[in-house]
Structures are given as C-alpha cells and as structure tokens.
Write a protein that binds this ligand. Structure first.
Ligand code: NAD
Ligand code: DAU
Length: 351
C-alpha cells in the first residue's frame, strides 16, 4: 500500500460520463465513500449524463461539463487541487477515426497535453493516462509486453500513442507522477452501442443484422469493465508505479465470429442475422497483451469470467432498453448509414 490518500482523496475523473469512466466512478464511490469525485466531461455523442445517475445525488460528487483541451477551463479547475487525475476522456471509436481523425488528434493528443500542462504547476499524487493496447498495433503471435515497440495503425491508435508518450515525457522531463495503462477491449453495461458487443446485442434484440467486417476472424482480448476499474484502483494504491506502464487484460481471446455466435445464443436469435460486410480499412488482425507485470507488482487478477460477464452484459442491455434506444437515433443513424453502407439488409430501425 501507499501513503496516497485513496480513501478520502480528491479525484478528477475526465471522460467520466463515458462507458469505462462512468463504471470506474461507480466502483470508486462504492469502494471509497469518503472520496470527493469531480467528473469533467465534454459530453460528446459518447458522453451520457445518465451513466452517472447512480452517483449524481451524492454530496461527494460533482459534474463539470467541459473540454480537456480547453486550457481556460482546465487550468483553474486543476488549480483547485486534486490528489488524483484519471484521464479517460478521449475520442474512442476506430471507425470514426478513419472517417475523420481531427477530433482524435485534438482530444487524444492536445487534450492530454492541456491536462499535463495544467498539472505541472499544481502537483498531484498521481496522474493516470488511460492508454490502450491498440498502441502496439496488431500482435500476430504471443502477447505484447510493456516494452514492445509501438506500431499504431489507425488514427485513433496513433493519437492514443501520442497521448501515451506525451504523458510519459512529463514524468521523465518534469517529474509529474504519471502512470500509463494499456488495456484490452472492454465490455459491460453503459457501452455506447457503436462498439462490437453493444451494437450486436442491441441489433439482435431488434432482429437486425450483425455486420461482420471482412472474414470475422480478427481477434481481440476481452475484459469486463469492472475488472479494468479494479486494476486502476489497485494502481492508485500501489507504491512505485510512477513512470511505469501497465498492460491490463484478462486473456479472453475471441474472434468476432465467436463473439457473434455467443451473442446469438444468448439472445436466442438465428445465424441468418450474421451479415458479412466490407472490411474496416487497416483492420488490425489481433491484439494480445501480457499482463504479468501488473499482477507481479500489485497482485491484481481479473475476477469476471468471460462467460459470466457476457451473460450479465446481455441481460443488462435486455433490461435497459430505455438507456440504449434513445442513443440509436439521430446522429447515430446517420453514422450507421455512412459506416455500414455495405450492409446487405439496411440499417436498424432506431425505434
Ligand atoms: P467512450 O467513448 O465511451 O467515452 C469517452 C468519454 O470522453 C465520453 O464521455 C466523452 O464525452 C468524453 N470526452 C471526449 N472528448 C472529450 C474532451 N475533449 N473533453 C472532455 N471529455 C471528452 O470511451 P470509453 O470506451 O469509455 O474509453 C475510455 C478511455 O479508455 C479512453 O481513453 C479509451 O481510449 C480507453 N480505452 C478504451 C477501451 C475500450 O475497450 N473501450 C480499451 C482500452 C482503453
Ligand atoms: O483494444 C482496445 C480498443 O478496443 C480501445 O482502445 C477502443 O477504444 C475500442 O473501441 C476497441 O477498439 P476495437 O476496434 O477493437 O473495437 P470495436 O468494438 O470497434 O471492434 C471490435 C472488433 O469487432 C474489431 O475486430 C472490429 C470488429 N467489428 C466491429 C464493429 C463495430 C465488426 O466486425 N463489426 C462491427 O460492426
């Protein structure tokens, strides 16, 4: 353990109205009821105030709407004083980054710079840069350890690699206490329905096609979002993590077709919903991370099996139509039509 004030500290969680950030805030406030938590979030299309409903009314919670790349907002906010800044804020969808990389560079690189510059004169106990396993690029064999070369292959991954290295440079150059995490694909409740699992589950519920890019053989390593959150909490309470990088993953390697089959079984839908469509440009074939360093250093291990986690996740989307139906409308449908113009059988109804 460490002398850092994890139990009653002041936390700034950027991007806390998104999928992983909101799940993290729920976990943090459950584990440390005395922690004072500020969420800073721009509320882009992916940010949803409803994700924070479970904690919104707590006296120890505060929400600030704003952009991490806005120095005039971020400077005075950071100057209030925080023990922990955990940066989840990012543009996160690979397909959107292929369509238009500009917001990815602005938020995932310049936004990280703006946060770090604001922190430099106002020291914190720990700044956590939430990076991604995509920075390694495709890993065709074995698993990437933290010292593997960075070979990002799409604008999202490249922007995240920029933010990742920029954060590290503030440790190496200015002594800002930075830790960088690189997690694999998350799944669970509150995930915006453009990502594979929530898109396929909600399409299946509506008996709409599941668009499989290319062969469907691309592999990802899936981790439940609560296991990711627990890993971050563990790092916050661990000594000697400054200037370090930690991979986070759960070793659940699955192809897209395997995921689709599991979801068809769990939703009771027929195989005829599988629709092979044109491949994503530059589609990385496989990601895999070696997480031995995190376990060796902190003892963290994932707790949720894929079978249990995916069943619970499908149940959650089935029980929370009021959460995702409004999201599959308006801008989402425009994006969907654009991105899936090769779909043989049309877009979801968005009803
Ligand atoms: P998300 O898209 O669900 O949420 C991102 C949040 O950031 C949203 O609430 C959005 O409003 C906010 N945001 C975007 N731009 C902002 C800005 N300029 N200023 C302030 N807020 C802004 O993303 P997620 O899946 O929850 O991912 C969270 C973090 O985890 C990201 O940094 C992502 O790169 C990283 N990550 C995600 C995964 C995954 O599988 N989803 C895996 C590894 C790492
Ligand atoms: O690996 C971590 C990364 O995982 C995060 O850093 C990203 O923020 C997150 O979006 C995710 O990136 P992916 O590109 O792996 O996730 P996505 O859900 O978009 O796709 C997962 C796999 O499913 C990938 O091989 C592409 C495929 N896919 C996806 C969609 C949305 C399809 O075949 N059809 C689809 O419609």
């Amino acid at each position: 353990m460490t002398a850092r004030p994890v139990e009653d500290g002041r936390y700034l969680v950027t991007g806390g109205a998104g999928f992983i950030g909101a799940n993290f805030v729920h976990l943090l406030m459950e584990r440390y009821p005395k922690a004072k938590v500020t969420v800073l979030d721009k509320l882009t299309y992916a940010g949803n105030p409803a994700n924070l409903d479970p904690v919104r009314d707590r006296a120890t919670f505060r929400f600030v709407q704003g952009d991490i790349a806005d120095a005039d907002l971020v400077g005075p906010l950071i100057a209030e004083g925080f023990d922990f800044v955990i940066n989840f804020a990012a543009e996160t969808h690979v397909d959107r980054s292929i369509g238009d990389p500009s917001s990815f560079v602005k938020t995932d690189v310049y936004g990280v710079y703006t946060l770090l510059e604001a922190i430099r004169p106002h020291p914190v106990s720990l700044f956590v840069q939430i990076s991604t396993d995509e920075v390694y690029g495709e890993v065709l064999e074995g698993a990437a350890a933290e010292d593997a070369p960075l070979m990002p292959r799409n604008p999202y991954a490249a922007s995240k690699a920029g933010g990742d290295r920029l954060a590290y440079s503030y440790w190496a150059t200015y002594g800002v206490p930075v830790v960088v995490t690189r997690c694999s694909n998350n799944y669970g409740p509150y995930q915006y329905p453009e990502k594979l699992i929530p898109l396929f589950v909600t399409n299946a519920i509506d008996s709409q096609p599941m668009p499989i890019y290319g062969t469907g053989k691309n592999q990802r390593d899936w981790i439940h979002v609560r296991d990711h959150g627990r890993a971050i909490l563990t790092l916050l309470g661990s000594d000697g993590v400054e200037g370090e990088i930690f991979n986070i993953g759960a070793g659940n390697e699955k192809s897209v077709l395997e995921i689709a089959d599991t979801l068809l079984t769990l939703t009771g839908r027929p195989e005829s919903l599988l629709a092979k469509v044109q491949d994503r440009p530059g589609h990385d074939r496989r990601y895999a991370v070696d997480c031995a360093k995190l376990t060796r250093k902190t003892g963290w291990v994932p707790q949720v099996s894929f079978e249990e986690g995916v069943r619970e996740t499908v149940d959650w989307y089935q029980a929370h139509e009021e959460w995702w139906r409004p999201l599959k409308s308006g801008e989402f449908l425009e994006y969907y039509k654009r991105n899936y113009r090769f779909l043989p059988t049309g877009a979801p109804s968005g009803k």
